[in-house]
Design a protein around this ligand. Structure first.
Ligand code: CTP
Ligand code: MG
Length: 250
């Protein structure tokens, strides 16, 4: 490709990959987490709407539970979504990492920027999505939304015996720590390379780019981008939705 024909980061199209293939073991028994309802609407639909709300996002790829792709397709058909956004559904894998890779493999060639967003973060505000896209467009190969921590964090060693107290080995300085959310944004080629070369299990995509030795930057995250992980998080999510309905009503 000549330099003239290569699109610059400012022009390139943005796709979002939404891994939604997890079981939700920590949420307790029931349907796969992404398909559980929040205020009557599946969590996944909230997450898809949150990403499609960004005018930057032209395609959303949903990575469905391995045996649930048909169900997810009919859910997307049944809910109102913006016309300017395209949707694709692919079946996911055993780990989050594998699910993201399967989503990346389904991306048509024209998308040069990829957002990866957990279906389990259904309430991320559009301003957070846009801030991540803009930082990638400004040239960062990888961008994470991040928040300062409220709790002090301790590193512990395994207990001598199961059930015994764990020895604390270190206390990292809290002001230098961040809790990282999604959507994480990437130059597509960088993320693909990260998925090809990092094989050990990771809990976020940006750490794979760090392992390549490339810079990752953090932009401000948002409280409402929290991950629905345990039952109490459902209570918080319902409360956030109720607050939004009240604010919209006045
Ligand atoms: N995920 C995925 N494929 C997997 C595992 C997880 O697409 N094999 C997705 C989940 O659907 C979720 C996101 O990755 O949207 C973040 O994962 P997490 O919050 O851990 O969800 P689960 O793995 O479903 O929950 P748990 O770990 O409690 O089982
Ligand atoms: Mg998990």
């Amino acid at each position: 490709m000549s330099d003239e024909s290569r699109s610059t980061p400012a022009q390139t199209s943005v796709a979002a990959v939404i891994p939604a293939a997890g079981r939700g073991v920590r949420l307790g028994p029931g349907a796969p987490k992404a398909l559980r309802a929040l205020s009557g609407t599946p969590m996944l639909i909230h997450a898809v709407r949150a990403l499609a709300a960004s005018r930057h996002v032209a395609l959303v790829v949903v990575v469905a539970p391995p045996d649930g792709a048909a169900e997810v397709k009919s859910l997307l058909d049944a809910h109102a979504l913006p016309d300017r956004t395209d949707f694709l559904v692919v079946p996911g894998g055993e780990s989050r990492q594998e699910s993201v890779r399967l989503g990346l493999e389904a991306l048509p060639p024209q998308y040069g920027i990829v957002l990866v967003h957990d279906a389990a973060r259904p309430l991320v505000p559009v301003d957070t999505v846009d801030a991540v896209v803009e930082a990638v467009r400004d040239g960062a190969p990888a961008v994470v939304p991040a928040l300062p921590l409220a709790d002090t964090v301790k590193e512990v060693a395994p207990a001598a015996e199961a059930g015994e107290p764990e020895p604390v080995v270190a206390t990292p300085e809290r002001s230098r720590l961040r809790a990282v959310q999604t959507p994480q944004g990437f130059d597509r080629a960088t993320l693909v390379r990260a998925h090809e070369s990092v094989t050990e299990n990771v809990t976020d995509d940006a750490s794979m780019v760090e392992q390549l030795g490339l810079p990752v930057v953090a932009v401000p995250g948002h409280e409402e981008a929290f991950k629905v992980t345990r039952p109490l998080d459902l209570v918080l999510a319902e409360a956030v939705l109720a607050r939004r309905r009240l604010n919209d009503g006045f």
